[in-house]
Design a binder for this molecule. Structure first.
Ligand code: AP5
Length: 224
């Protein structure tokens, strides 16, 4: 990616397992675009035992969505002080998208693109079954597609990897259904704004990264 010409502000959209977190981490590690993952923020609240975490936990464990009022309040705090960001997993309802539009208009920080990662249900199930996560920073591996050098150990910090409690087959099926019912309407929502970029999430990780970079370059030289 070329040297920074302006800060980028992106939304990463797509079903569970499509690769949003993997690509957001890539942009953050290589180019310094700050990943804001609502899932990671919520899991941190759960781990810390905060009031918000206690409220959110039941929704997350069952594969449903945490109520908009909780999510929007949490994101307002995050966005206020950032110029460049990749929103990973937010917005996830039309209500959240409308709230995001209002927040960014108030802050005079328009979005540059909404990247939609598309993949088949069969592939999403395989990816989530094989996912191992570093709970300290959210970095992910996959036993089938992207294995760590030593099983269940992070290549970079040498600490243990864990499997997420919501990656069991029953909860994954519910999360995919929740995406179809509540989040997929955002594809039309953003298509109408001209911000939507469709990406083939079935490609290999590096090839998807290359497509993300090409899409960014095409968007008027936006750089991180
Ligand atoms: P969240 O943590 O956001 O989960 P998610 O959206 O279900 O997304 P995932 O993290 O499962 O998938 P991903 O697309 O990031 O895939 P990844 O890159 O890891 O949310 C969890 C829960 O929190 C929700 O269910 C909800 O309850 C709550 N929540 C969060 N945000 C909310 C909101 N805004 N509103 C309300 N509730 C909210 O990749 C998956 C695996 O595949 C990895 O193993 C990876 O190594 C591998 N992989 C990735 N890309 C490729 C590739 N191209 N080829 C091969 N393997 C690949």
């Amino acid at each position: 990616m070329s040297p920074a010409s302006r800060p980028i502000r992106l939304v990463f959209l797509g079903p569970p397992g499509a690769g949003k977190g993997t690509q957001a981490k890539m942009l953050e590690e290589r180019f310094g675009a700050r990943q804001i993952s609502t899932g990671d923020l919520l899991r941190q609240h759960v781990a810390d035992g905060t009031h918000l975490g206690q409220e959110a936990r039941g929704y997350m464990d069952s594969g449903g969505l945490v109520p908009d009022s909780i999510i929007i309040g949490m994101m307002e705090q995050q966005l206020a002080n950032l110029d460049a960001f990749v929103l990973d997993g937010f917005p996830r309802t039309v209500g959240q998208a409308v709230a995001l539009d209002e927040m960014l208009a108030r802050l005079s920080k328009p979005l540059h693109a909404v990247m939609l990662f598309e993949a088949s249900r069969e592939m999403l199930l395989r990816r989530l079954a094989g996912r191992w996560t570093n709970p300290r920073n959210g970095r992910t591996y996959n036993t089938e597609f992207n294995p760590p050098r030593v099983a269940a150990i992070d290549d970079q910090d040498g600490g243990p990897l864990v499997q997420r409690p919501d990656d069991t087959p029953g909860v994954v099926a519910k999360r995919l259904d929740t995406y179809e019912a509540q989040t997929s309407p955002l594809v039309d929502y953003y298509a109408k704004t001209g911000l939507l970029v469709r990406l083939d999430g079935l490609k290999a990780i590096e090839d998807v990264t290359a497509d993300v970079r090409r899409a960014l370059d095409a968007r008027n030289g936006a750089a991180v």
